[in-house]
Design a protein around this ligand. Structure first.
Ligand SMILES: Nc1ncnc2c1ncn2[C@@H]1O[C@H](COP(=O)(O)OP(=O)(O)O)[C@@H](O)[C@H]1O
Ligand SMILES: [Mg+2]
Length: 243
């Protein structure tokens, strides 16, 4: 994937969430966004997902500029799978039904075909045993893995994960990170926001550090973590390591 962010701005009630966020990545498979809370990571991810509109600036994915009119966004969103911090599974539906919904509603697949696709994804990640369970009977880690499976089931071109482990107990973090690792090994393209610095340095091709609405630094994890250039990243890393 090639990703270009050109002076992306977004304000809420005249306070900026993103202010001229710019960066350019060539041949990207996994991009990890790090940075202090409130820095603008989720806003950027939501803009790339087509769930939020920038006030100005442009986002270009594989030479194609995202158009933010509603008709284009409907199409754009079909190419993107999104996983949020807190599961967002429909509580009244089983795991399988949660996967069927985007297939039948957003992608117009028949029920039988949708069922085949959903069961295939569930078994690929050894989740088929949970197909008929509702979210209340699943652990946090299981719920989040179902949520990732749901994001994958429509075969999106790009998967965006916003702090997928931060609502989990520590012992469940690994099973979710392992699934993210598996996605990477399967060659999926993904953008991940995480506070798991060890995971970031292992799993990222490129890391972008976002603070105060700007991308202050970006580069390969080895470089960024060993020689942070800005005082903001130096402070951030020293705090994260002490966590
Ligand atoms: N929908 C919204 N309404 C009002 N303010 C928002 C909204 N979304 C984000 N913000 C504000 O924008 C800033 C950046 O937020 P966010 O992108 O969520 O940062 P991060 O994900 O890095 O914690 C914060 O000050 C946040 O309060
Ligand atoms: Mg966030």
């Amino acid at each position: 994937m090639k990703l270009e962010l050109n002076k992306v701005c977004r304000s809420f009630d005249s306070r900026h969430a993103l202010l001229d966020a710019s960066a350019s990545f060539e041949k990207l498979q996994s991009l990890v966004l790090i940075g202090p809370s409130g820095g603008g990571k989720s806003t950027l991810l939501r803009i790339i997902a087509g769930l939020e509109t920038p006030d100005s600036g442009s986002v270009i994915v594989n030479e194609k500029r995202i158009a933010f009119d509603e008709a284009s966004l409907v199409l754009h969103r079909r190419d993107i799978g999104v996983v949020f911090q807190s599961f967002n599974l429909f509580p009244h539906l089983t795991a399988l039904e949660n996967l069927l919904l985007p297939l039948t509603v957003a992608h117009g697949h028949s029920k039988t075909h949708a069922r085949d696709l959903a069961l295939h994804i569930l078994s690929r990640f050894s989740l088929e045993g949970h197909a008929n369970q509702k979210p209340t009977s699943l652990s946090g880690g299981q719920k989040q893995r179902i949520a990732i499976a749901r994001a994958l089931v429509t075969q999106p071109k790009l998967i965006l994960l916003d702090e997928p482990t931060s609502a989990l107990d520590p012992e469940m973090t690994n099973e979710v990170l392992e699934m993210v690792d598996e996605l990477r090994n399967q060659g999926r393209e993904l953008i991940l926001v995480t506070h798991e610095m060890a995971f970031a340095s292992r799993a990222a091709d490129q890391v972008a550090f976002i603070a105060d609405g700007r991308i202050l630094e970006s580069g390969p994890p080895g470089e960024l973590f060993s020689t942070p250039r800005t005082p903001q990243l130096q402070t951030f890393l020293s705090k994260e390591i002490r966590r």
